[in-house]
Design a binder for this molecule. Structure first.
Ligand SMILES: *Cc1c(COP(=O)(O)O)cnc(C)c1O
Length: 305
């Protein structure tokens, strides 16, 4: 998969891919203060691009920026148009969209507050985040030795650039140990989430997911809860330990990038019989149909381009 495209929206202009560059003394590059989003557009039945839950992603970007005290130099409406234009200009009907707000160069040091704020929206073609096999057969997780950022040290509700050092170290550790992804616990030892995905566990028809205390409140998580409720299932939001996975019948991860990815095993212990279960497959099917514009009651979440 290539991250290439023809144009990147850069502070209000469409800039050719190769020219979308910044200075090496850009503040965010050194200290990590920045906020981003991950959004997906899918080709709709009429051949147009449809952006899934764009409004919620834009609101979360603004919230992330507020939490780190960045003032957006463009309005939410301009950003919405930027996302649509980036798809149009690149002739993408299906793509991953990456808005990013970051500080440019000017002054150095942690107290610098007047560096210019830059905003980009890039788009690229991105297939299954955890691989084509992972999305069909499920992924293998390892409980991480890195716990999720403590809530007094980082803002778990925010997609902040620097927070992802925590996720990357956990992901590297899991991959180096032969697993696909890390399962991250919070500072009390309760299950939090993956490195960039929320998690769900199912046993005896009871579906549970950690509450939004020390996890990123995923928009896919919300979609999944809506889909499950519509299908007549109850979803419990409460804390549980890793052992819930050891006795689960089914489990899956979800995120804009990961979509709905079944969990095959955790710490080498198979989840159920190690293959995706019926509820997981049902959610996966409905979610993919929904984002592709094939589910009536979820149509209102799609912004056509
Ligand atoms: C982005 C992200 C998710 C998934 O959120 P979505 O809104 O569903 O894409 C989950 N956890 C972390 C840490 C994330 O960064």
């Amino acid at each position: 998969m290539s991250i290439a495209s023809d144009f990147i929206w850069f502070n209000g202009e469409m800039v050719p891919f190769d020219q979308a560059q910044v200075h090496v003394l850009s503040h965010t590059l050194h200290y990590g203060l920045g906020a981003f989003e991950g959004i997906r557009a899918y080709e709709q039945p009429d051949g147009r691009a449809g952006i899934w839950r764009l409004e919620e992603h834009l609101v979360r970007l603004l919230d992330s920026m507020r939490m780190i005290r960045m003032d957006l130099p463009v309005s939410k409406e301009e950003l919405r148009a930027a996302c649509q234009d980036t798809l149009r200009k690149n002739n993408f009907t299906e793509a991953y969209l990456r808005p990013l707000a970051f500080l440019g160069h000017g002054q150095m040091g942690l107290g610098a507050r007047n560096n210019p704020l830059n905003v980009i929206v890039a788009a690229w073609k991105w297939g299954a985040y955890m691989g084509d096999e992972g999305i069909v057969k499920g992924v293998r997780l390892k409980t991480s030795s890195f716990s999720r950022n403590h809530p007094t040290a980082a803002m778990s509700r925010a997609k902040v650039v620097g927070h992802y050092v925590n996720s990357i170290l956990a992901r590297y550790e899991a991959n180096d140990d032969g697993y696909d992804e890390a399962l991250m616990l919070d500072h009390h030892g309760f299950v939090a989430e993956g490195t960039g995905e929320n998690v769900f566990v199912i046993k005896n028809g009871v579906i549970k997911t950690p509450p939004v205390t020390n996890i990123l409140p995923g928009i896919t998580r919300r979609s999944v809860i809506e889909i499950l409720k519509h299908e007549g299932y109850e979803v419990e939001e409460h804390l549980f330990g890793r052992d819930a996975f050891y006795v689960a019948e089914e489990a899956f991860m979800c995120g804009t990038a990961a979509e709905i990815t079944p969990i095959a095993s955790v710490d080498r212990r198979p989840v159920g019989d190690g293959t995706p279960g019926p509820i997981t497959k049902r959610v996966q099917q409905i979610y993919m149909d929904a984002v592709k514009g094939k589910v009536d009651w979820l149509h209102h979440h799609i912004t056509l381009v």
